[in-house]
Design a protein around this ligand. Structure first.
Ligand SMILES: C[S@@+](CC[C@H](N)C(=O)[O-])C[C@H]1O[C@@H](n2cnc3c(N)ncnc32)[C@H](O)[C@@H]1O
Length: 262
């Protein structure tokens, strides 16, 4: 089984794909702060921090998913108190218990929902973050704590130093984004795509209008699945396409585009 490189198996994670940004000349010396308004598992920031060694920058991660941001801030406290490895063990023990309690149906890909619900009901608030992790991982990639995660992973350090803020992108004050020393990485929900995996509704028009605006004021890089209408809407921006290969059994390939203005 491949080793996960993060604590969450996050849909749309851009950690590996950020290597494609090497095709663009980005002078990181100009910046003090990296902002990911659509943070998710902040793959781009992790890439900069871990792979490019840009550990001196400030990283600000936003997301409108409050549970996710609460989880990061909780995990950050655990790291600061040296309790995160114990937390990981606790998580893995819970997963083990669930497996032993046969929450899985015979075919291990499917869960017995009734048993899962019973299990969740017996859970106390104290473990809410563990349950969040387990739920978000959809019980798929069960244990996140492989031996590689026991070592001092780069992202522990990044989580410790980064700022995590719960906010819809639409509400982020323009002044925060509009700074010459700030670089904004935008990985929004895609337009004209099935966005039903997002649990919280959002206004895609407002998101794209605000991004158009930020592109006028701040150094930005946006990543999006290839979409000819978007290429027209952002035609005055620089564009680079790349091929994205999906893992797993599908072996699907799609075209993606970077839009940027620096
Ligand atoms: C494509 S994913 C980003 C993945 C991320 N780049 C990574 O490496 O994991 C989009 C993220 O935007 C968040 N999101 C969706 N709509 C939002 C909004 N209106 N404001 C802020 N975040 C939003 C989702 O919760 C999700 O985490």
């Amino acid at each position: 089984m491949p080793q996960p490189q993060f604590i969450l198996d996050y849909t749309g994670n851009k950690y590996h794909e950020s290597k494609e940004t090497e095709k663009i000349n980005i002078n990181y010396d100009k910046y003090e702060t990296i902002i990911e308004p659509f943070g998710g598992s902040f793959g781009f920031s992790r890439y900069l921090y871990e792979k490019k060694g840009l550990t001196h920058l400030n990283y600000i991660i936003y997301d409108y998913d409050e549970d996710l941001i609460n989880f990061y801030n909780y995990f950050k406290d655990l790291i600061n108190n040296g309790e995160h490895l114990a937390f990981i063990d606790e998580y893995n023990n819970e997963v083990k218990k669930m497996t032993e309690n046969c929450i899985y149906e015979k075919d291990a890909r499917f869960l017995n929902i009734k048993k899962v619900k019973n299990f969740l009901n017996t859970y106390t608030q104290k473990n809410i973050f563990i349950m969040y992790l387990i739920k978000k991982n959809h019980f798929k990639s069960m244990t996140f704590c492989t031996p590689c995660l026991k070592k001092n992973c780069g992202f522990f350090e990044l989580i410790k130093n980064a700022t995590f803020i719960h906010s819809p992108f639409e509400n982020i004050d323009d002044a925060i984004l509009n700074d010459k020393k700030t670089f904004v990485y935008l990985d929004p929900p895609y337009i004209a795509t099935d966005n039903s995996t997002y649990e919280i509704p959002f206004n895609i028009n407002e998101i794209f209008k605000k991004m158009q605006h930020i592109f006028k004021t701040t150094d930005c890089l946006m990543v999006h699945q290839y979409n000819f209408l978007l290429c027209v809407a952002f035609e005055d921006k620089k564009q680079i396409q790349y091929e994205k290969r999906y893992g797993g059994t599908t072996k699907k390939k799609t075209k993606h585009v970077f839009f940027y203005n620096f």
